[in-house]
Design a protein around this ligand. Sequence first.
Ligand code: ZN
Length: 421
Amino acid sequence: MTVIGLDDTDSRTLGMCTTYLATLVAEAVEARGGTVERRLLVRLNPAVEHKTRGNAALAIHTDLPAGAAFDLAREELDRWAVLDDDRTSPGIVVAPGSDTVSTAVAEFARDAVRGFHDLDAAVDLAERSGFLTEGWHGGRGRIGALAAVGAWAAFDEWTHEHISYREFHRCGTPREVDFDSVFDAADAAYPDAWDTVDREEGEAVCVPNAPGPILHGIRGDDADTVREVAAAIDSEPVDRSATFLTNQGTDAHLRSGVVSDLRDGRAYRVAGTVASEPETRPGGHVFFDLEADGSAVSVAAFEPTKRFRNRVRALRVGDALTACGEVGDGTLKLEKFAVRDLVRTEPATPTCPDCGRTMKSAGRNQGYRCRDCGTDAPGKVDRAVDRDLEPGWYEVPPCARRHIAKPLVRGGFDAATHPER
Ligand code: ZN
C-alpha cells in the first residue's frame, strides 16, 4: 500500500485548504483506476496554529504504485495549491508501502503532534526512508506530509470527520445552511457525533466562519453517524464530500508534565494546587496561579472560552487540580481541568454559644471572647463554604474546543465528567 502525505500549509488569503486538496488528489487516484483505502486528517501540534489554520496534514492510503501516486499528487498540487500566496509552502511525501513506515517515521509523527520539527530533519528522514518528496516555496509542508505518512503507525485512537464542500464559485460568499436542521441532526446523533453545535451559545460549530471551500464538517466516533448527520442538514448544494479518519478529539497533543518543568509550545496534563484567587482581567480573561512543589505557573481561561470561565472563577485557593492545556509565554491556556480535592471550609471568627453573636478578638494571640457572656474561644474556627464545583473534569464548551482536544462526552477519563454540549 502506498501512502501519499500532503501538507500545503493552508493559504489564508485565497481560501484553499489541505483537506480539499487531499479530496481532489483522492479523486485523481480513483480516476487513474486506483483504490483509496483510507484518508487521514492529522492535527499536528496546535501551538503551531499561528502558521496554518488548525495545522492539519493529510494522508491518502492507496493501492496505486508509488511513482504513479507521486506524479499525480504533484500534478494536483501544481494545479490547485495556491502557489502565488507566499505564505503557503506545500510539500508532498510518498511512501512506497506501509511496511516502509519505520519506527523512526512513526516517532516523527508523534513528535509533530506534541513538539516541533525542522525541515532538514524531515527531508533527511524521508530520504533515508526511501520516500519520494517534493516541495514548493521552500516546501515546509514536507514536515507535516511526513508526519501524516507516519500517523497510521503512530496513533491507536481515531475518530471521524465527514467534510462537505461548497461549489467552488460560492467560496467567499455567506454559507447557506439551515441552522434548525443542524441542531436537530446534532441532537439526534449526540453523543456519537460531538461538537456539531454549541447548544448554550446557539452556535453551529460544524459550519466554519473562515473563508474556504468547507461547508460543514461533522465529527464523531463512527463513520456512519457523521455521514448521517451531514445528510440530514439542509443547505446550499454540496459539491463533493469525504470522510476522514482523524486524531481530532483524542487529546493526542497532551503529555504528562510537572509545574516546575513546562516549556512553551507544548501541551500538558499537570497537577497542582490553586495558589491565587482567580482574577478576571481586562478583556474578560480569567487567570490564577497553579502551584506544586514550590513552583508556580500562571493558568488562563481566555474570553472565547465563555461559560467555562465561570467554572474557573469558582476555584478557591487550596483546591487540588489536574490542568490541561498548551503553554505559551509561560502561561498554561486551559482546555480542561479535573477537580481532585475541594476546599470545603474556611477560617472564621467564632460565634458565642450563649448569645449567637460574633465574638471579638481578645487581643493579639489571645483568642476570642464574648464580652456580654464572658465566653471565649482559643482561635478561629472552620466554617463550611458552599462550592459551585464538584470533583471531576470540566471543559471548555464546543465553540471554544481545539480540534485535537478530547470532549469529555467521549469518555475514558479518570474521574467523573461534567460535559459541555
Ligand atoms: Zn455571648
